[in-house]
Design a protein. Structure first.
Lengths: 328, 771
């Protein structure tokens, strides 16, 4: 079982110091503002303001793949299903197409599974630099006993997960109990040890963008390596307005602490065009440094298929079809 | 670059929109922009060139319209107008709807042509200018449909001359033509000399939409063509452009009876309070001052930041500015395109390089007709760049300490077009909005525009509104036919006083009876030559004192409608108590029985008392999650030259109208029969009217008119006088572009609602909401 960080090639590309957090600053949390209408306007006009074409588009789509947590989180997952997904993560696009665009060797950023599937995924990805991410802490609702949530993290790390996607207690946000959220996050971060922790805010259940921004900040103060929108199980998952609220919190946190925290939108991103819009938003709001898998991930299951078709179109000039691309 | 390399750099790369179709469209039509008169093209002469500012390449030749050509277009419009009006609301609605549809069908051609000609980013012409132009025609198709039922007392003005600027060529065309056509007018429109091309495409779709020949005419040319249009036989001029040219047009049309609306410059404040969503406020600035290269009359060009957050705000703003992409406007990934013309670029560059105050931060721009986004911090209200309109991507910034100081700085300008207020505190934002002197306020937003909400300013930003119900006033007039006024001579005589006990009529200023500054009085005789009394002869210093008194009474504008109604009723009560005496006085001065006039005066007071708390604003249905509140605000300080032949009613009617809406007023009483106006002040004194709210002067209208209309601290002048002073007033009003409502020698006793409209300005407050 490989656990040492230095053997896992994807994450050790990190040049940035890890976010070890800071004391909870409630004044800062209280001062957070998020004007929903203005944020929505920015989100709505961004796709019209940014456009990438031809080889740039192909490169950006490859970037999206390299930042993708290819995910299966279903009750009917089996070992074979997970192995099939891992095979897709290793070879996300037909080698013929990758060869034509000079991107041979491109893989997804990670594979994301439930705890029980971690050993299978680790095994299936052996020999690659693709890390395994495990959703944890009573995912998706996060309402199992706290000590079990904490020990779940430990078991997943022990099983070889290098990234742990935890879920926060939404009730702490909804009741404004920032201290409780901070303490919970801090303990989860500690339980992760060397594994990187992504804090899933479940933004679709937080009520307001202001809450989203505040929860983002508190989780970063408590040492989250990434903040992530959704479990994929809420009625509303990743959206551009939520993304703006969260990445502006990341920007503010960096301005204050010098520490870069990653961002992962998850759920609902299924079109290549959407992926490009997200990348453009990250580039414009956070800067190009964030367009690397150590600071940005898509949590997605069906996005890859659309990107494959777009890449084939780029190579051949003809629109593609689903069945021409292997399923994951 | 290979995909692999781009994968590393993650650059945007070029994303060009093709110009092939638009250039072909021009080539197919001979490459000349020229006149479209009476439904056909011509003449098309290559008098000067319109170029693509981004490349400097020639796009087309442009015909410089002559006086004769303008006259021909106006004649065509004159001939076509009655039939167009008679077509009826439904008939016009169908054609306006067809225009909207055609704008949509050819949307990309319009967008590309606009970007080629003007240099604005294709994103803006495609996502903002063209859709908004369509929206104006859809909206006004509806207005045509509703005109007969909703505006039963209004009719078309006739032929409208319209002169539009180069910053939003198609959009300004739509703002001008759509309401004019909807209300049954015909138009002669002159596009700007730099940007005539989308008007050509528009002319073509007019034919396709079935617009009858002569209803829409377009003449191209430079300023001389515009001047010819102003001086031609039109009934109205609508102008959007610089304050300088607006003033010239005001003077040129003075006394001609031509209606006039002006949408001029601005130096709009962008106020950020410390509790704002700062990132959103910064993003808003991108749309405020870096929209259309800052060449926007309502651009948020003066940044006012609360002192405590200023440094943080500037730091974040500079970071954001560095992300703005300046370059080829046809690139779909460009934020800031080309400045419209090298002449403008030169002007912007000079204003910025002449400035030696504050700190200047600039990002980069390509060589050519481009100017980089620029922020100048540490300026003060006294700095030139805080006062003068730059009309480029240059943001001038200063700080404030308190809400009160923010308002003071915001209003410290000759302009008054728009303002943005950023705060998450609804109490603060909604308190600030009414206090800003301007026509549009955006709360937590900027540059929101829609056909359903009026656009336009106060002070030297011009007058009139475009869009909304309020915009229709500018393209309609009352159906009632006015009659020519007969001048009334004062009676002369040398008789003895009719009442030997002398009653001294004084002026009434600031709640006090004062002697005229000049110390001169004039004897007033009755019809049979008896001396009825003396009236003071006010001079310019009395005007000045009256204005000071009005200034001191500024609290009146903040009183409730209910209170103002109470006071108007109280005036009526006190006037009624002295009805017989006033009727006798009218008879002694005019020879006519005065009872009817006194009765009408009391009625009028009741009417305006009734309106005081009922002349409601509107909540416009704009396409955002939020509202645009059209608030009716008092104009401010109004001076009125009263009607001559109804010495009591003629003073009380405008007074009551102005008072009811919260204005302060100075009445210059009937010239031949001034003693009713002076009787009035005793009634005002007993009716709880605060001092300075109403001031009464007597004297020669012709002598006082230039001083009143020229006073920079009077907001509006009305004249119902029998003296020929309308032209004088309109001309002198050009100085501070004050609103005028004058009779041009006609019997102009406006209906109550028209007086109320003249007594108010409509401010649209945009309030997007949502948590």
């Amino acid at each position: 079982m490989q656990t040492a960080i230095d053997e896992s090639l994807q994450l050790p590309q990190i040049q940035e110091p890890r976010n070890d957090g800071m004391p909870l600053d409630l004044d800062w949390v209280a001062s957070v503002q998020a004007n929903t209408s203005a944020i929505e306007r920015r989100a709505k006009t961004l796709p019209g303001r940014r456009s990438v074409k031809k080889s740039h588009q192909a490169a950006w789509l490859c970037k999206a793949i390299s930042c993708m947590d290819l995910t299966t989180l279903s009750g009917d997952d089996t070992e074979a299903r997970v192995r099939r997904l891992c095979a897709k993560a290793r070879q996300p696009v037909s080698p013929v197409i990758l060869d034509k665009i000079g991107m041979t060797g491109l893989t997804t950023g990670a594979v994301c599974v439930y705890h029980d599937m971690v050993p299978t995924a680790v095994d299936a990805l052996r020999g690659t630099s693709i890390p395994v991410a495990a959703v944890s802490t009573g995912f998706p609702a996060g309402l199992s006993p706290f000590h079990l949530r904490i020990s779940e993290i430990g078991e997943s790390v022990a099983a070889g997960a290098e990234e742990i996607d935890i879920v926060i207690s939404r009730r702490h946000v909804l009741t404004g109990n920032w201290q409780a959220l901070y303490d919970e996050m801090k303990e989860m971060r500690a339980a992760c040890g060397h594994a990187h922790v992504k804090a899933i805010l479940a933004t679709g259940e937080l009520g307001t963008l202001r809450n989203v921004a505040k929860a983002s900040l508190v989780c970063m103060m408590a040492g989250a390596d990434f903040i992530k929108t959704s479990t994929g199980k809420e009625p509303v998952n990743a959206t551009l307005p939520v993304t703006l609220a969260m990445i502006r919190a990341i920007r503010a946190y960096e301005a204050r602490t010098g520490l870069k925290v990653g961002y992962k939108p998850a759920g609902g991103i299924s079109k290549a065009k959407d992926a490009i819009t997200y990348l453009a938003m990250i580039k414009d709001e956070l800067g190009g440094r964030w367009l690397q898998p150590d600071l940005f991930r898509f949590g997605a299951s069906s996005l890859l298929g659309d990107i494959e078709r777009q890449l084939e179109h780029y190579v051949t000039g003809n629109y593609s079809a689903n069945w021409r691309h292997p399923i994951g | 670059m290979t995909v692999k390399e781009i994968f590393e750099t993650m650059d945007y790369g070029p994303a060009p929109e093709s110009s092939t179709e638009a250039l072909q469209w021009l080539a197919d039509r001979g490459g000349i922009a020229g006149h479209y008169i009476n439904g056909s093209w011509g003449p098309l002469r290559d008098d000067f060139t319109t170029t693509n500012p981004a490349t400097g390449e020639r796009l087309a030749g442009v015909t410089n319209g002559t006086e004769e050509e303008v006259a021909r277009a106006v004649a065509a419009a004159r001939k076509a107008q009655p039939k167009w009006e008679k077509l009826g609301g439904q008939g016009r609605a169908r054609i306006l709807y067809a225009i909207a549809r055609l704008l949509q069908k050819h949307s990309r051609l319009f967008a590309v042509m606009e970007t080629l000609d003007n240099g604005k980013p294709i994103r803006e012409s495609r996502d903002i200018d063209v859709p908004l132009a369509q929206r104006h025609f859809y909206y006004h198709a509806g207005m045509a449909q509703l005109m007969e039922t909703e505006l039963p007392d209004r009719k078309a003005i006739g032929v409208c001359g319209q002169i539009i600027p180069w910053n939003f060529p198609l959009l300004m065309l739509a703002w001008k033509i759509a309401p004019a056509l909807a209300m049954g007018n015909s138009v002669v429109l002159k596009p700007a000399e730099y940007t005539p091309l989308t008007a050509m495409v528009f002319a073509e779709i007019c034919t396709e939409a079935g617009v009858p020949p002569g209803v829409v005419n377009i003449v191209t040319g430079d300023g001389s063509t515009g001047a010819a249009l102003v001086n031609s036989d039109v009934d109205k001029i609508a102008f959007t452009g610089s304050t300088e040219v607006g003033r010239i047009i005001r003077e040129a049309t003075a006394g001609t009876g031509k209606e006039l609306t002006l949408e001029l410059g601005g130096k709009s404040p962008y106020i950020v309070f410390e509790d704002a969503d700062i990132d959103s406020a910064i993003e808003g600035l991108v749309d405020a001052i870096w929209f259309n290269q800052g060449q926007v009359c309502c651009a948020g060009s003066r940044l006012l930041v609360q002192e405590g957050i200023a440094e943080d705000f500037y730091t974040r703003l500079k970071t954001r500015m560095s992300g703005l992409r300046v370059g080829d406007p046809l690139d779909k990934c460009i934020d800031i395109g080309a400045i419209v013309h090298p002449v403008q670029l030169e002007q912007i560059s000079k204003m910025v390089s002449d400035n030696s105050e504050g700190e200047t931060f600039q990002t980069a721009a390509p060589s050519g007709c481009f100017f980089p986004p620029t922020l100048i911090t540490g300026l003060h209200p006294a700095s030139t760049l805080m006062q003068e309109e730059i009309f480029g991507p240059v943001l001038a910034a200063t700080t404030f300490r308190t809400p009160e100081e923010a308002i003071e700085i915001a209003n410290n300008t000759r302009y008054g077009l728009a303002a943005s207020v950023w705060s998450e505190n609804i109490n603060l934002a909604l308190d600030i909005a009414p206090k800003l002197v301007c026509g549009i306020v955006w709360i937590n937003g900027t540059n929101m525009m829609d056909a359903a909400a009026g656009f336009g300013g106060v002070r030297e930003s011009g007058f009139g509104r475009e869009g909304g119900w309020e915009g229709l006033v500018a393209y309609t007039k009352p159906k009632a036919k006015p009659t020519k006024l007969k001048p009334i001579q004062a009676y002369s005589g040398n008789g003895a006083p009719s009442d030997p006990l002398d009653r001294t009529a004084k002026l009434y200023i600031g709640g006090k009876q004062v002697r005229p500054d000049g110390g001169y009085s004039k004897p007033i005789y009755g019809p049979k030559g008896a001396l009825v009394g003396h009236a003071g002869l006010a001079n310019r210093k009395d005007v000045r004192n009256a204005v000071e008194a009005m200034n001191a009474a500024k609290g009146w504008g903040k009183t409730t409608g209910h209170l103002r109604a109470q006071i108007l009723y109280y005036i009526a009560e006190n006037l009624s108590a002295r009805a017989n005496e006033l009727a006798d006085r009218i008879k002694s001065l005019t020879g006519k029985a005065g009872k009817v006039e006194v009765d009408q005066t009391i009625q009028t007071l009741f009417t305006f008392a009734a309106w005081a708390d009922k002349y409601d604003g509107q909540a416009h249905g704009v396409p955002i999650r939020g509202v645009a509140l059209a608030m009716k605000e008092p104009v401010g300080k109004i001076a009125v030259f009263c009607e001559d032949d109804y010495p009591l009613l003629g003073a009380v009617a405008p007074m009551a109208a102005a008072m009811s809406m919260g204005n302060r007023i100075t009445l210059i009483g009937s010239e031949p029969f001034p003693l009713l106006a002076t009787d009035l002040y005793q009634i005002l004194e007993t009716s709880d009217v605060p001092g300075g709210v109403v001031n009464i002067l007597t004297g020669g209208h012709a002598e006082l008119a230039p001083h009143v209309a020229g006073h920079a601290d009077i907001d509006a002048v009305w004249s119902f006088s029998g003296s020929d002073i309308s032209g004088t007033i309109e001309k002198a009003a050009a100085g501070n572009l004050k609103r005028t409502c004058v009779n041009h020698g006609y019997d102009h006793a406006p209906p109550a609602k028209d007086l109320l409209a003249a007594a108010t300005e409509i401010k649209n407050i945009w309030i997007p909401y949502g948590e």
